[in-house]
Write a protein that binds this ligand. Sequence first.
Ligand code: MG
Length: 387
Amino acid sequence: MTPIATIEVIPVANPDSNPDDLDGTTETVIVRITDTNGLAGIGECDAPAHVVKAFLEMPTQHLWCRNASEILIGADPVETVALWEKLYEGTIFPGRRGLGIHALSAVDIALHDLAGKQLGVPVYKLLGGARRESLRPYCTIFPGMPHDRSIKELMAIIEGQFETALATGFDAVKMEVLFGDLVSDAELVRHIRAGRAMLGDEITMALDFGYRWKSWADARWVLDRVADCNIYFAEAPLQHDDLAGHARLAATSPIRIGGAEFGATRFEAREWLETGRVHVIQCAIDRAGGFTELRRICELAEFYGADVIPHGWKTGITSACGRHLQAACPRTPLFEYISPVVFDSPLRRDLVSPEPVIENGRMALPEGPGLGIELNEEAVERYRTDR
Ligand code: MG
């Protein structure tokens, strides 16, 4: 195949973002890998853009601390797994877990996009091919952090977003209940029940608690009281690294417990499965190691009777990745989808196109080579922060 010629690491950000909120779409870092024919693949990762850029552009120090371009230039982009392993070994000194793996995720996604374009096939075919006829995303519903608003105001925004999501074609949603001290646990139960009543019984509904509790027993108290609301899974009830607490909660919870959205690599995913014993692993394609690692995590989850519902709160690059992963991988009943219609974000809306149609809760398999999306160069120039 055609060898890699250049790697660019481009940080972009929405200049009007509110740093006092929790919106993952306010910045991203695009990795663009171009071959000697001028064909390019793109990826992104969910980590601080300028730190990722520094990581991928660091000068080589020794064999375990290498410059990424040195490993990639001249290589065959179709050899995605072999290149993942070379990058992992070549950056293991500062990398291995956390940010180094997030950075590799962007590279891995870009390699898959470029390899697909060189071969003229969608990424899901590189991952082994379609195991399903259509795709099922879920729409994240988030009114933002409370700030000075009342719970009544927040619930009114949630109701509006529910209506927009259903009108857009989704039949699965996740209600973010990051209300903090604005509500007691008893009040939280009432608002979850109100959310279910807004949706009706037919819509698949999940909840994100945003790390609300320190004690698994407190989480259990609320989950017991919404057990009849047909909740598909409960995300992030406990502190991220409290794996023992997750195991205790998952053992008797009436609702599937999800976690590991910050996790990186199959090794960390295994800890969540073996020690945390969660029902749903939420490792992100743009954090945990790209397609190469997520595919391994999906196959690992099969052995533990767990599902993989990847976290994905970034731009349209990550949203496209979710489609290819679900098409090709086992145990992925849903994937997170930040809708640019429901959630107003310039980067999510403008950075790539086209946006797939959602009908009766389903999307068609992706078409076109690679990820099947085009980067909007005008938007990149408008939002890039390295000039
Ligand atoms: Mg999440």
